[in-house]
Design a protein around this ligand. Structure first.
Ligand code: FRU
Length: 501
């Protein structure tokens, strides 16, 4: 009990006793006006102030979408995570709510790490990882799973039974230092959870547990393993059904690059197979990268009242330069556009949620054929959607110079020689550069693209979501022009809308 009080209660500068939640909320209230707005997005979830990473607890509860996220309000760098919280009726316009949970208990005192949410008995249950780092020596780290409950979807209480899954419930070959990011779902009258784990051989694996009441859990089995072949530690698993298939999502650390695939520090991938719930066995074949750009990690999905499987991810990547942090803008981190996930053949496709169309304005349509030339398009914007079909029959290269200014541009084009869509942010502005490529499935010589620009982000959906490419870019204020270009001849049909939220 003593420990509880010392961890939970803090004395403010003025001498009054405050808990960590109030302390964080006061900090946000008193400091949010100080942030620099230059690179802030308008139709993506971003923090009011401070640092954001993984999406957590993505759920549909009492008619609204709820999204929590890894949140450190006090700096634009990672620090002991709280759970930030936003909600929305349409997945586009989000309201910021009070922080849901803070690291204030003996079983989560160094961070409320990632986790998920589920509705049960009309209440919203969060399951999250309590991170314990008592000596700052890696071998002493422990991670355990806890529950917090709310009946209004805003105020959460951690339950007295925490931790509900401790390190004593790990299989023998799992390390207690890396055991995190529980993702819950229900099948029949049983709750299941998948949790990321590190095997004693140091590689990632996914553990499955089951429970009737979300409080008493039983280990079922280790359902998938990297065996040091598919990256190292596996973080942020998600498991869901589409049709007859089960999809396992994992965010795999330090995957080795294979040609155009897995070129970021860490990679989010999916495995398709069939889960045997009784035996806890997941038969699967192959593994696929989810997004082919630079900034996409730790995705999580929900199923909504319309039966849609919707994915959202942290639109960022560990271990890179962050201009809003380096230049003291006071914030860092964003979520991707929510994307509907469907199965097409044996692959997943990703489609922007249709609600975004309600925010289209200033429509502009043009058809142009250009030969060994370029053409400046007659609009300027940092918040737009471009839908285009490019006939590439007679082109060696054809595409866009996005967010173009005197010296800056983000290149997006089809390269016939390589048969690739190329996203090149080498000259995008401040921030990290680099090139990413992916092989599209070109039908009738036509490439179909949907491009979303939101000040410091670009998201590309290729051929109705067969591939996506997501990137952060940091162009200067004047770089809001758009240009098309072709080597050889290309015909462009372009519709552009501004997106105004
Ligand atoms: C993934 C991750 C999770 C962890 C969280 C901590 O980005 O490393 O595994 O729970 O971030 O903020």
């Amino acid at each position: 009990m003593y420990k509880y009080i010392t961890v939970n209660k803090r004395i403010s500068d003025k001498g009054e006793v405050m808990n960590k939640l109030e302390k964080a909320m006061n900090y946000i209230q008193n400091n949010k006006q100080k942030i620099n707005n230059k690179y802030r997005m308008s139709f993506h979830v971003i923090p009011t102030i401070g640092w954001m990473n993984d999406p957590n607890g993505f759920s549909y509860y009492k008619g609204e979408y709820h999204l929590f996220y890894q949140y450190h309000p006090y700096s634009s760098e990672w620090g002991p995570p709280h759970w930030g919280h936003v909600k929305s009726k349409d997945l586009v316009k989000w309201d910021h709510l009070p922080i849901a949970i803070a690291p204030d208990m003996p079983y989560d005192s160094d961070g409320c790490f990632s986790g998920s949410a589920i509705e049960h008995d009309e209440k919203l249950y969060l399951m999250y990882t309590g991170h314990l780092d008592p000596t700052k020596k890696p071998e002493d780290i422990r991670q355990v799973q806890n529950i917090a409950v709310s009946s209004d979807g805003i105020n959460f209480e951690k339950i007295k039974e925490n931790p509900v899954i401790g390190t004593n419930m790990l299989p023998k070959d799992a390390k207690p230092q890396d055991f995190r990011d529980p993702k819950l779902w229900k099948k029949g009258d049983m709750f299941y959870v998948v949790i990321g784990s590190r095997n004693i051989d140091n590689s990632g694996q996914i553990l499955l547990y089951k429970s009737k009441d979300l409080i008493n859990w039983e280990f079922v089995n280790t359902i998938a393993r990297s065996s040091n072949k598919i990256g190292e530690m596996w973080e942020c698993p998600d498991m869901f059904e589409i049709g007859e298939k089960n999809i396992l999502i994992v965010s795999s650390q330090f995957m080795k690059s294979e040609g155009d695939r897995f070129n970021n520090l860490h990679s989010s991938i999916y495995l398709i197979g069939k889960l045997n719930y009784e035996k806890g066995e997941f038969e699967h074949e192959g593994y696929y990268e989810i997004d082919h750009g630079f900034d996409f990690y730790a995705p999580q999905t929900l199923i909504d009242c319309k039966g849609r499987r919707i994915m959202i991810a942290w639109m960022n990547m560990w271990g890179q330069r962050w201009p809003t942090h380096e230049n003291n803008h006071g914030w860092n981190g964003a979520m991707t556009l929510p994307r509907v996930v469907e199965l097409k053949g044996n692959k997943l496709i990703f489609i922007p949620i249709e609600e975004i169309k309600n925010y289209r304005t200033n429509g502009y349509y043009v058809e142009e054929t250009i030969t060994n030339d370029f053409l400046l398009l007659p609009f300027r914007s940092f918040s737009l959607e471009i839908e285009t079909i490019i006939d590439v029959s007679n082109a060696t290269r054809a595409g866009f110079r996005l967010c173009k200014g005197k010296k800056e541009e983000t290149l997006l084009y089809f390269d016939r020689n390589e048969n690739k869509v190329v996203l090149d942010r080498s000259d995008s502005g401040e921030g990290p550069g680099g090139v990413r490529k992916t092989t599209p499935n070109i039908k009738d010589n036509k490439l179909k693209l949907r491009i979303f620009i939101d000040r410091s982000s670009v998201e590309v959906f290729i051929n109705d979501g067969e591939q996506t490419m997501t990137a952060l870019i940091y162009p200067s204020d004047e770089s809001n022009h758009y240009e098309i270009f072709a080597d050889g001849t290309a015909k462009f049909s372009i519709i552009k809308w501004d997106i105004r939220v």
